[in-house]
Design a protein around this ligand. Structure first.
Ligand code: CAA
Length: 256
């Protein structure tokens, strides 16, 4: 059970939590005892995750917000603080892909990916950090990717995911003395709607796409969202206070 010194449940925010890694993380943090704010673009989309948390006996709030929009972020974090309590855990998970070869990549496809991952994580973290400083406790987890090491067709996404690693290390340096840690998780191949959409887009059958990817993974299986949720659970725990500024590759094998 994760409680603040006054005994009330700690509040966690997970962005992009309607589906996939975000939804699994929100569910896991609720199981760990957090009250969870489930942010996604539309409040209606976030409701499914909230209902799943409530059905399991947890507490959650659906919040619709575009993380790239400063006013919407400010309003969302304010509402979360009012309705659930001050957020002291932030998982910046919201993300999009707009894959294409560099020579065919549009300005818009570059900007959209930067806006959601980089501007979104910056705005969310800037808004949430004051509650962490006040509480003298905070945990920030930014979702990077193995694509940060380079991936064909992902000049935009790889750049954003590498950028989040630098962002994470800087947060760790600036916020450490206030009891706030910042870490990054870099997932490898995880079975989600996003990777399913990639397979569909490039015309590969899902089962063979997964099997091909799994064959290149040392633990001989593809990842599932719960693999990432488990790592988030550790990083935001009370006992992980001496782990900060790290990038953990959760990819079924080593990455450099
Ligand atoms: N100028 C001119 N021509 C060029 C060029 C340039 N600068 N660079 C390459 N070309 C040519 C190539 O030579 C090739 O020509 P030929 O076909 O004549 O050989 C052509 O342009 C492009 O070839 P492709 O057919 O391979 O390219 P494509 O446009 O069909 O798409 C791709 C390639 C974008 C990589 C596409 O296959 C794709 O989207 N793949 C998936 C990418 C991926 O791995 N995404 C990860 C999703 S999972 C995720 O994101 C989650 C996570 O965190 C890991």
């Amino acid at each position: 059970m994760s409680t603040s010194p006054n005994g009330s449940p700690r509040v966690a925010i997970v962005t992009g939590a309607a589906r996939g890694i975000g939804a699994a993380t929100a569910l896991r943090l609720a199981q760990d005892g957090f009250a969870v704010a489930v942010i996604d673009l539309r409040e209606d989309d976030a409701r499914g995750t909230v209902e799943a948390i409530e059905a399991a006996g947890g507490r959650a709030l659906a919040v619709g917000a575009d993380v790239g929009d400063a006013e919407q972020v400010q309003a969302a974090v304010g509402r979360i603080a009012d309705e659930l309590g001050p957020p002291v855990v932030l998982v910046n998970n919201a993300g999009v892909t707009r894959d294409n070869m560099l020579f065919k990549m549009s300005d818009v496809d570059w900007d959209v990916v930067m806006r959601v991952h980089l501007r979104g994580s910056f705005l969310m973290t800037r808004a949430a950090q004051e509650h962490m400083i006040e509480a003298k406790f905070g945990r920030i987890v930014n979702l990077s990717s193995t694509s940060a090491l380079g991936n064909r067709g992902q000049a935009n996404y790889a750049t954003a995911k590498a950028g989040l690693q630098g962002f994470t290390k800087t947060l760790a340096i600036e916020l450490g003395k206030f009891g706030v840690t910042a870490n990054s998780i870099a997932p490898g191949f995880i079975q989600t709607e996003m990777t399913r959409a990639t397979a569909e887009r490039i015309g590969e059958e899902w089962e063979s796409y997964v099997a091909k990817r799994a064959a290149a993974i040392p633990v001989a299986r593809a990842g599932v969202p719960e693999d990432i949720a488990h790592t988030v659970s550790f990083l935001v725990s009370e006992g992980a206070g001496f782990v900060s500024g790290q990038v953990i590759y959760v990819a079924g094998g080593p990455r450099t």
